[in-house]
Write a protein that binds this ligand. Structure first.
Ligand SMILES: Cc1cc2nc3c(=O)[nH]c(=O)nc-3n(C[C@H](O)[C@H](O)[C@H](O)COP(=O)(O)OP(=O)(O)OC[C@H]3O[C@@H](n4cnc5c(N)ncnc54)[C@H](O)[C@@H]3O)c2cc1C
Length: 488
């Protein structure tokens, strides 16, 4: 019997756990280690942040689900990886610290035959002074990255909108650090906040501004995209700017927020100039890094650098050779997500280290990087986790001759549905497909993507689709009847 340990129970970890538990959980031992007792459908945190949904609608407890699919759940935080075991034993293991109320603070060594790192991002609030404490509940700004953050954001938003009934208010929404990703979530939030201010009849008293590290609205860390519409290729810049202009939202792009204080923030632009903005309500996405796992060899010497890149994300089968922007290739991107040094370790979802950004890297004259990091949204995260789970099943069955399942982001499409407004009749969603996620100019000269498969539009159906996806993905994650036929 083999032991497979999955660190993380988010989009990627949960997808891998349910597939492995269902397929081989009766025969082998599958252990999930994660600090969260509940699964969070993160995309709908945007709606929790405006009060459209309650926190309870985006969360469900993990343990009963794992009991159904033969997965042993440990509510704990992984601390370190020991891929060579220790002096007394060659068996690789991880160390964990329990956060489970019944075992709080206890530590344990958990051995593994295969390890999946699906620990997602550390929300690095500390990178931007004043942005928030490590729990993300900032004194000055709010976040929607977790269900708790979003609940707090909703409370602060409603307080601000109440004040707007009598006094002018100013809202800033976007990204903080120059290397942030996840612009899409902030994009949805600003449009939903704008709609809420209109619905409450206070829009005239609320100035709403976008601030982001993107070179232009609609870059999204993927060097923008051209949507095939009626035989034309329309840029996401045009699309995004139109959406903002129609709604009276002003924007600042090319910005690195360097400091946040009560009611004001300082930011640097790509030209090196420093500026400031005041605000009454601000939601800024923090920088994402790896979660800070350490690694040790058999003798107990630290080998974290061998398993992880300096940003804390795990090295996989990507080409990490430093290259200039012009030399980057779609083929640099990983396909199996296997660690090159330890073949029984894989990384899935945000936890793997991308070989380079997709958007062109830029620095201000002061040396500040202002380049959106590549997006790793839910769909690719789940697809990668599924591929890794199937690779492990093959390895257990066929040993060294096993054929690993591949899932390159340079050969994978993604469906994105961004909420622009809510309501069964007044709702709007921007729905688009992008293929491939990582541009490939060799295959698709011109825009780097297949414009027949990269298309989108805005409409009421987008809101209905977004709502349907909410229920569909929660249904799948709860492993209800037929869950396996719902695509990840
Ligand atoms: C507000 C918001 C809205 C979004 N909207 C969309 C959307 O509409 N569509 C879309 O496709 N994507 C969206 N995304 C992105 C999507 O949420 C991510 O792509 C996805 O969650 C990544 O999955 P993951 O498993 O890599 O990370 P996560 O889902 O973050 O899971 C990481 C897991 O690792 C656990 N963990 C952390 N540290 C440790 C540790 N030391 N040991 C063990 N476990 C650990 C965490 O507790 C968690 O269980 C959104 C993101 C945000 C923040």
């Amino acid at each position: 019997m083999a032991q497979i340990v999955i660190m993380g129970a988010g989009v990627a970890g949960h997808a891998a756990a349910t597939i492995l538990g269902d397929a081989i959980g009766a025969e082998h031992k599958i252990i999930v280690v994660a600090p969260n007792s509940h699964w969070n459908y993160i995309p709908s945190n945007v709606w929790v942040g405006t009060g459209t949904m309650k926190k309870e609608e985006v969360l469900f407890p993990l343990r009963p689900i794992y009991e159904q699919v033969n997965v042993d759940f440990r509510q704990a935080k992984a601390i370190s990886i020991h891929p060579e075991g220790k002096e007394e034993s060659d068996t690789p293991f991880i160390t964990v610290e329990y956060v489970d109320p019944d075992r709080q603070g206890e530590t344990e060594e958990i051995p593994y035959d295969y390890l999946i790192n699906a620990t997602g991002p550390k929300l690095n609030f500390a990178k931007t002074p004043g942005l928030g404490d490590e729990n993300g509940i900032g004194e000055h700004t709010v976040s929607i990255c977790s269900a708790d953050h979003a609940t707090h954001a909703h409370q602060r938003l409603d307080e601000m909108l109440e004040r707007a009934r009598s006094t002018k208010q100013k809202v800033l929404i976007g990204t903080s650090d120059g290397t942030c990703t996840c612009q899409g979530a902030a994009f949805e939030y600003i449009l939903n906040v704008e709609q809420k201010a209109r619905k409450m009849g206070v829009r005239d008293n609320v100035e709403i501004k976008w601030i982001s590290n993107e070179p232009y609205i609609g870059d999204f860390g993927m060097d923008g995209l051209h949507l095939g519409v009626a035989g034309y290729a329309i840029s996401s810049k045009l699309f995004g700017e139109s959406l903002f202009a129609e709604r009276g939202i002003h924007w600042i792009t090319d910005a690195h927020v360097s400091k946040v204080e009560e009611g004001r923030l300082e930011y640097e632009l790509i030209d090196g100039t420093m500026h400031e903005e005041s605000f009454d309500f601000a939601m800024l996405i923090p920088q994402f890094t790896g979660v800070g796992l350490k690694a040790y060899d058999k003798a107990g010497e630290e080998i974290t650098d061998e398993l992880f890149m300096p940003n804390g994300f795990m090295k996989v089968d990507a080409d990490y050779t430093p290259k200039s922007y012009e030399e980057w290739k779609a083929g640099d991107w990983p396909v199996t997500y296997q660690n090159p040094s330890y073949k029984n370790i894989f990384a899935a979802g945000i936890a793997f280290a991308p070989p380079h950004p997709i958007s062109e890297p830029r620095k201000s004259p002061n040396g500040t990087p202002i380049t959106p990091a590549p997006p790793r949204t839910g769909m690719p995260s789940a697809t990668i986790a599924e591929a890794v789970a199937h690779s492990i099943i093959s390895l257990l069955r066929d040993g060294e001759s096993a054929k690993l399942t591949t899932a390159s982001m340079a050969e994978m499409g993604a469906l994105c549905v961004a909420s622009a407004a809510v309501g069964w009749k007044a709702g709007q969603g921007v729905s688009f497909t992008v293929y491939p996620i990582v541009k490939d100019y060799d295959k698709y000269p011109g825009t780097g993507r297949d414009t027949l498969r990269t298309f989108g539009s805005i409409g009421l159906y987008g809101h209905w689709l977004k709502t349907a996806l909410h229920y569909m993905f929660i249904y799948k994650a709860k492993v209800k009847p037929g869950w396996k036929i719902i695509p990840g």
